[in-house]
Design a protein around this ligand. Structure first.
Ligand SMILES: Nc1nc2c(ncn2[C@@H]2O[C@H](COP(=O)(O)OP(=O)(O)OP(=O)(O)O)[C@@H](O)[C@H]2O)c(=O)[nH]1
Ligand SMILES: [Mg+2]
Length: 442
């Protein structure tokens, strides 16, 4: 039985049984939660994580307000999808050389985890992405490693550097780096040895490689078949190299893949790619949301989530109309800004507004906006109902009190108030109202 696919199979079953049940009552949700628990525990996911997840699903299932036109069942499906995704960390992996050339990646990992195979997969992936790539074989313990790499990569026009007669990995790697610099290579991937006579000498070798080469990114290659044990390796590595990242391999063969992924995600280490087979192409960037969607069964889950989000968008439109009729509160503003940071169709509605830059917010801008919203939400919570209803009464001493209560600077409170005044003025503007009207609002 194959692993992630076996987790996928059981999850998919449980999930589609829930979707086809006559109603989403307490019993159906309980059966769903138990089914999810069973599949996750079978995949070696930590008991505590499974318990937390179950509690959150149970708690959200019947307490959330349904957007108009959305069934309880669809909303619960979306909750399950969100909670499972959160288990893997929200953010998809991103690869970037940050303009550095060559960008040097060193692959590390114990024997047999799949470093050499992964070096070839990663090189091929980055070449397809448009980078000029080279691979250095710095494994002097396994003479076949150089051959293995050449066989995989030469047919793909990816150069491999090696020195079969040299037994100093640090020198080989330094020479290889020099060689690829002259070739104008953009990304250099260094494959290191996993096999050694002693563990200590392996560690020494890694340290001197690190010191001499100063890689831009160390990537730890972890074998997914070890299940939640992977968390221990990841935690140690993450502590030593917080800028490093992780690739988990063999997710196709292991029944414990879910355990490996969740345990590593829990350490805060970034999972950048996953290996899902022996072939060079069996490799993908790790995207938690897409991964969970594939486990739950596409395209079902995607269309449900889309549907619920669209309904939420409709309620946004309601609020927008209320605002245009003059009821624009501080909370409205924070809600508006906060919906800017949500991904997906919500951004579409906002792109209808003539706000500069809303359509093309970069990830950095979104992150900035998210930070600001957190602050603003805290500030509004520290206000009295009176102040919220009539921000005009907020003077210097109130600003001081509010900023202390919210744990922010006075400057932050002033900024919020200023944005509020500006937005309110904008909404009163005749021209803008006309524009919104012609774009389908009001
Ligand atoms: N099914 C499957 N097999 C994999 C995957 N990645 C690697 N392998 C297999 O795992 C075995 C070991 O892979 P290598 O790439 O040689 O591992 P390594 O870490 O370089 O090994 P050492 O250099 O000895 O430390 C090979 O048989 C690979 O085909 C994967 O994602 N899926
Ligand atoms: Mg190897």
């Amino acid at each position: 039985m194959s692993g992630v696919s076996s987790l996928g199979r059981t999850l998919k079953d449980v999930f589609s049984r829930f979707l086809s049940a006559p109603s989403a009552d307490k019993a159906a949700v309980e059966e769903l939660v138990r089914g999810i628990q069973r599949s996750l525990l079978m995949a070696d996911v930590k008991v505590e994580l499974v318990q937390k997840l179950s509690e959150r699903i149970r708690q959200r299932a019947f307490s959330e307000k349904l957007p108009p036109g959305v069934s309880r069942k669809d909303n619960i499906a979306k909750i399950v999808y969100e909670e499972l995704t959160a288990l893997l960390g929200e953010k998809p992996a991103k690869f970037s050389t940050a303009g550095k050339k060559p960008y040097v990646i060193m692959l590390l990992g114990i024997q047999g985890t799949g470093k050499t195979t992964t070096a070839a997969k990663l090189a091929n992936y980055l070449k397809v992405e448009g980078y000029k790539v080279g691979v250095v074989c710095a494994d002097t313990y396994r003479p076949a490693a150089f051959q293995q790499l050449k066989q995989l990569l030469e047919p793909r026009q990816i150069p491999v550097y090696g020195e079969p007669s040299n037994n100093d990995p640090v020198k080989i790697a330094a020479n290889g780096l020099q060689f690829f610099k002259q070739q104008n290579t953009e990304v250099v991937i260094i494959d290191t040895a996993g096999r050694h006579r002693q563990q200590e000498s392996l560690m020494e070798e890694m340290k001197s490689l690190e010191k001499t080469l100063k890689p831009d990114e160390n990537i730890l290659v972890i074998d997914g078949t070890i299940g939640q044990q992977a968390g221990i390796h990841a935690a140690a590595f993450h502590k030593a190299t917080p800028v490093g990242s992780i690739i988990i391999t063999k997710l196709d063969t292991s029944a414990k893949g879910g355990g490996a992924l969740t345990a590593v995600a829990e350490t805060g280490a970034a999972i950048k790619f996953i290996g899902v087979g022996e072939a060079v192409e069996d490799f993908q960037p790790f995207n938690p949301a897409a991964y969970i969607a594939s486990l739950l069964g596409m395209p079902d889950i995607e269309s449900i989530v889309e549907k619920v989000k669209l309904a939420e968008m409709a309620t946004d439109e309601e609020r927008m109309k209320a605002m245009l009729s003059g009821k624009f509160t501080l909370e409205d503003m924070v809600n508006q800004v906060s919906s800017l940071t949500k991904l997906g169709p919500l951004r579409k509605i906002l792109s209808k507004l003539p706000l500069p830059g809303v359509d093309g917010l970069s990830d950095e801008q979104l992150e900035e906006a998210e930070k600001r919203i957190k602050k603003w939400t805290a500030i509004i919570k520290s206000m009295t109902p009176e102040e919220r209803a009539e921000p005009g009464i907020i003077d210097g001493s109130r600003i001081r009190r509010i900023s202390r209560g919210a744990g922010v600077l006075e400057r932050d409170v002033k900024e919020l108030l200023k944005s509020y005044q500006t937005s309110r003025k904008m909404l009163k503007d005749r021209k803008l109202r006309h524009l919104l009207k012609t774009r389908g609002f009001e």
